[in-house]
Design a protein around this ligand. Structure first.
Ligand code: NDP
Length: 325
């Protein structure tokens, strides 16, 4: 199979991000605090690199930094890629928000992955928690000072945030010394994020879109309301370009300058998801997909909604906290 050349987006610090990445969140085992382990992930990453994937999305809480790093090292040793070709993102977990904990967390990610720098380091949430998952009052601006420290040390090349709302992002821009270059948020046809994306773009912040397939796929073994793979609107566009509905939705993100990070561990779908750079949607097709918007989030940790830095709307019946017993 041939290698796809994925285009790159320029970030405000002068560095470049591949316009598509591979998600690696594999879910949690039934006790929620233990991330699932998939022994095959290393082999999936090896295959992904052969197909042209250069951008990998991890997080301390996903427990996948080791297998991603191992595969990257193998492909560098094989001469398939150089370290500079690869874009490795990982994230600080909420229980490590004190300024000094940031450097320790980065060093742990470097040790796990075996890499000597991280391309993009993200604050996973604006929410700081204690080790027992009770709320901590660490201000995310203190955490950001820690991000500026590891950036200055060169341990991470670029820094950014995830799951920040507009006001929180604005505060970071006002009070920080180093600007965030990227914002990772949930973006799919049920939550098109027009306002936050426009704001980020106006500040020259690259938007990375997580859970790009929205309701097209099952989540947590369940179907959610919203378009499925056989949706007639998506099918009509897909047929026009000789693509699948999954590819049309990924292309809808790319055409809005959002970097999708679809997750798959299936070789056929790995190939399908990267094969989106030989067509382009028309403006009216983008708008047709925008009309699916219902502002529905799949990642909505409402058990944190009384935290002072909870970024989303409050809900009536918050979920029980899976991190606490
Ligand atoms: P996705 O929208 O990527 O959906 C993943 C699901 O879709 C899997 O079940 C996968 O199954 C299936 N799938 C993948 N490709 C196809 C295809 N072409 N056709 C049909 N089914 C397909 O959801 P995620 O929630 O995993 O989001 C992607 C990534 O975003 C995560 O892995 C993580 O890296 C990041 N993320 C970040 C968050 C944050 O807070 N910052 C929160 C949530 C996600 P299979 O593997 O069997 O193909």
């Amino acid at each position: 199979s041939s290698t796809v050349a994925v285009p790159k987006l320029k970030m405000s610090d002068g560095r470049e991000m591949p316009a598509l990445g591979l998600g690696t969140y594999l879910g949690f085992d039934k006790n929620a605090v233990v991330p699932s382990k998939n022994k095959q992930l290393r082999d999936v990453i090896l295959e992904a690199i052969d197909l042209g994937y250069r951008h990998f999305d991890s997080a301390s809480i996903y427990n996948t930094e080791d297998e991603i790093g191992e595969a990257i090292k193998m492909k560098i040793d094989e001469g398939v890629v150089t370290r500079e070709d690869i874009f490795f993102t990982t994230k600080l977990w909420n229980t490590k928000h004190k300024r000094e904990e940031v450097e320790a967390s980065v060093r742990n990610a470097l040790e796990q992955s075996g890499l000597d720098y991280i391309d993009l380091y993200l604050m996973h949430w604006p929410i700081g928690l204690n080790a027992d998952y009770s709320f901590s009052d660490v201000d995310f601006m203190e955490t950001w000072r820690g991000f500026e420290d590891v950036h200055k040390l060169g341990l991470v090349k670029s820094i950014g945030v995830s799951n920040f709302n507009k006001e929180q992002l604005q505060r970071l821009l006002n009070e920080g010394s180093v600007r965030p270059v990227a914002l990772q948020i949930e973006v799919h046809p049920q939550i098109i994020q027009e306002e936050l994306i426009n704001f980020a773009k106006s500040e020259n912040i690259v938007v990375v879109g997580y859970s790009p397939f929205g309701s097209l796929v099952q989540r947590y073994g369940k179907q959610f309301p919203g378009p499925k793979m056989d949706d007639p609107v998506l099918m009509e566009i897909a047929q026009k370009y000789g693509k699948t509905s999954a590819q049309v939705v990924l292309r809808w993100l790319v055409d809005r300058n959002v970097v999708p990070i679809p997750k798959t561990i299936n070789p056929k779908r790995l190939q399908e998801n990267i094969n989106i750079f030989d067509f382009k949607l028309e403006q009216d097709e983008i708008e047709k997909i925008n009309r699916f918007n219902s502002n529905t989030r799949y990642t909505e940790p409402s058990f944190w909604q009384t935290h002072p830095y909870y970024p989303f709307e409050q809900v009536k019946n918050p979920l029980p906290d899976p991190f606490r017993d």
